[in-house]
Design a protein around this ligand. Sequence first.
Ligand code: ZN
Ligand code: CU
Length: 477
Amino acid sequence: MSLLIRNALVYDGSGAAPMKADVAVEGGAIVGVGPDLPVRADEVRDAGGLALAPGFIDVHTHDDAVALEADGLHPKLSQGVTTVVTGNCGISLAPSPMAGREAPPPPLDLIGEAAAYRFPRFVDFLDALRAFTPGCNVVPLVGHHVLRARAMADLARPAADHEIEAMRADLAEALAAGAAGLSTGLAYPPARHATTDEIAALAADVAAAGRIWTTHMRDERLGVVSSVAETLDVARRSGVRTLISHHKCCGEAAFGLSATTLAMIETARKTMPIDLDLYPYTASSTVLIETFARDSRKVTVSWSDPHPEMAGRDLAEICAEWGVDQNEAIGRLRPGGAIYHQMDDGDLERILAYPPTLVGSDGLPRDKRPHPRLWGAFPRVLGHYARDKGVISLQTAIAKMTGQTAKTLHLADRGRIAPGCKADLVLFDPAAIHDAADYDHPVRPAEGIAGVWVNGVLAWAEGAPTDAPRAGQVLAA
Ligand code: ZN
Ligand code: CU
């Protein structure tokens, strides 16, 4: 099956200015790029001058479980995403942490309930993904919370040496199976008591395997500067390639600190491989935690197991209705999640404009009333922040979602439109593309996206999935 896309405005993912060209695809790979290609193809499509970019790589997802569902990656395909990095923030579906537990400890419940954690080893998860064929390509990380929960019954203390050895053994299994790296989430209860030494020991194994460490840092509030210092310390001691996840400054007292953190990162990058990503919103979202709610302008419940009827409701209203304070309400709503309005657009724009910053969604596909980033993150960067606000150029925005990301993840044949690269492609109208999902309508597909190809297969077209078979691959390291 061959495909020729004619008359496209090609953004090749390198950050270079676009050029009018044709793109020829054969056997799932790009075989030619250039003006007026003299190529015959089974299918010829006239792009009508629309923008053609490499399929977007969502560098920060929690799509582990939904990658195993038929329509689970539709929120991503609808935005032009063709590759998702799973297992972020310390949370991965494998290896299972359920021995001796009835429910996965929060935040592991963000991606699934007990039954979802059914893979004894990391390789079992990858085998299941391969047998299923996900809708997008999957780059799988293994999460520190599950390693810790397997090694320790009580997570509220530092790990002993033999427990760190148990985590290292599981980590070794995951890396051998093809995990792209390790994620940690030191802000969350299961890892809050993990020492810097514990993380550095695991990071050294990741470095030895040539993989990457992604980190949801210990503190993204007033302590964000010391968190970046801790991150750089781990990177220095272990030599690991490091990706700071969803960089942000939460709570009014922390506004503006990104000037300091980016300066630290810039200095560190002179001698170490440090990258970072962000999602383009001034509200965060995760499980319900008292400290996260504390300095938010507004908190909206995104899901609640005991009170499903409260999804979409304002926490302050619930408190008034129940006649209780915030902490009591959170206790009653848990297990549950929330959207926390607590960042400043100035920090967001500064971080987005910083050249090394990549784009991720951090979408939470299991939430009843999800944060709109699940359906809107990529079109929001292209439409709102690049085209409308001019924070970065369109070709820079695309590079932050494609070529730069592939480089950080060591994906040699993704993220570029060039002969030899896989045919992950997105065709869109640069004048029309925009996110339609917002806090009131969180699950609306973006507009302006004409077609999305995964490994040469048209998976999404004109606002809907196609009936082509799923074509994602597991991009094991
Ligand atoms: Zn996170
Ligand atoms: Cu996350």
